[in-house]
Design a protein around this ligand. Structure first.
Ligand SMILES: [Mn+2]
Length: 410
């Protein structure tokens, strides 16, 4: 990570941390097939090592930052390899105070004795599920230190994460670029008779070949009527000629997630009706992208989307009354994007330079087996919205030309 970025983030966090306050962030567990770090931990340390703990505390205006990592056990090296060394952890995170995990309790106790508030990730409580690591930790802390207040780390860190720094925008651009390569592979090689999961494989293959091993979220590859199910994720049906194929996919690059939707014909061209509906959605999408600027709220964008789609639905002769729009458009047009696909926010959602959001209007017409969503990722700048995924074709003429050439190949 570029120089000073981590230090700057921690300084910003420190500036909103009051004296006598501390925070603890746990790294992700090492139990997944393809490890993905906890986002807040990664944001503050840049470390991809599992099981580690970050502890920050502020007293008398001074920020104390300590990191705890796993100790290498010599007998395990032959099985697991060596763990990250203190020097490596220091080098990457630029944190001087690096300890082993077995020293955590001692340092924690000394920090707790001079703190009155502890910020933690507050995971949602789920009935019938065991407490998460954070919930378990909070319980133990309160038992031993009844006077301490537990507070939500999101309150401090989400406002920071909402404004992307230059390095973060670079990661998002790469995630989007790789996603675009995957979508292009689908444009080139999707055929009637294929299973949707085979199109998923076309996209995933490009991700792997370009050094990306994880999706940002469960990919949606929805042929024909499946596209009217908003979170369709089975991806196990056969593609039919003359239907549309909706992709809603995103590669995860260095913990940053792209989120792109495209809809294209499985045949060489759109049918007249498909094209009619597609053009309406595309027009609305472009208008909303042009509306993005600092000072606008996500609610404003959605309101405008509903207005425009309502007019479109009248033109398409699908509705007779404004109230019917919700039968064909049921979701929001935008969400914040970043390390989480539906990225964090806190408080109001008035756009500021540095925010990254999606713009994704859609129309879903069950009886015609048409589901269309077009989604781009937009960086908010002083001058308005910058479309980071502009390079991924979405114009009718482009898509028809790509499909015609692709289908003529074989
Ligand atoms: Mn989205």
């Amino acid at each position: 990570m570029k120089d000073k970025i981590l230090e700057t983030r921690r300084e910003k966090l420190s500036s909103v941390l009051e004296n006598g306050c501390m925070l603890v962030v746990f790294a992700a567990k090492d139990d997944s097939f393809s490890f993905v770090q906890n986002n807040n931990f990664y944001y503050l340390t840049g470390l991809n090592t599992p099981e580690a703990i970050l502890l920050m505390s502020k007293t008398k205006g001074i920020l104390n930052t300590n990191l705890f990592i796993e100790r290498t056990i010599p007998e395990r090296i032959v099985w697991d390899g060596a763990k990250m060394s203190k020097e490596e952890a220091q080098e990457i995170s630029k944190i001087d105070g690096v300890f082993y995990l077995d020293e955590f309790e001692r340092v924690l106790a000394s920090q707790l004795s001079i703190s009155h508030r502890l910020f933690l990730e507050m995971d949602a409580v789920k009935l019938y599920e065991p407490p998460t690591k954070n919930q378990f930790f909070a319980e133990q802390i309160i038992k031993k230190n009844p006077s301490i207040t537990i507070d939500n780390l999101a309150k401090l860190i989400n406002p920071l994460r909402m404004k992307k720094d230059e390095w973060e925008v670079e990661q998002l651009k790469r995630a989007i670029e790789v996603t675009g390569l995957g979508i292009d592979n689908a444009y080139q090689n999707a055929r009637a008779g294929m299973f949707e999961y085979q199109v998923e494989a076309l996209i995933y293959n490009e991700m792997l070949m370009n050094g990306v091993r994880n999706w940002g979220f469960k990919p949606i590859v929805a042929g024909g009527k499946n596209a009217v199910t908003l979170h369709y994720g089975e991806n196990n049906q056969k593609l039919q000629a003359n239907k549309l194929l909706l992709l809603d996919v995103g590669a995860l690059y260095n913990n940053y997630s792209a989120d792109i939707s495209r809809t294209f014909p499985i045949a060489k061209s759109f049918t007249k009706r498909q094209k009619e509906v597609y053009e309406e959605v595309l027009q609305v999408q472009k208008t909303i992208i042009n509306t993005v600027e600092p000072g606008i709220t996500l609610k404003d964008l959605n309101q405008k989307t509903v207005e425009l789609l309502t007019e479109a639905l009248f033109r398409l002769k699908l509705i007779k009354d404004k109230s019917e729009v919700r039968n064909y458009y049921m979701h929001g047009v935008s969400h914040f994007l970043g390390m989480d696909t539906h990225d964090v926010f806190w408080g109001d959602t008035i756009l500021e330079p540095g925010n990254v959001i999606t713009v994704e209007p859609g129309l879903y017409i069950e009886k015609e087996e048409i589901g269309i969503r077009i989604e781009d990722d937009i960086l908010v700048t002083e001058n308005g919205g910058e479309n980071l995924s502009i390079g991924i074709p979405k114009e009718v003429e482009e898509l028809e030309e790509i499909r015609r050439k692709a289908l003529e190949k074989k």
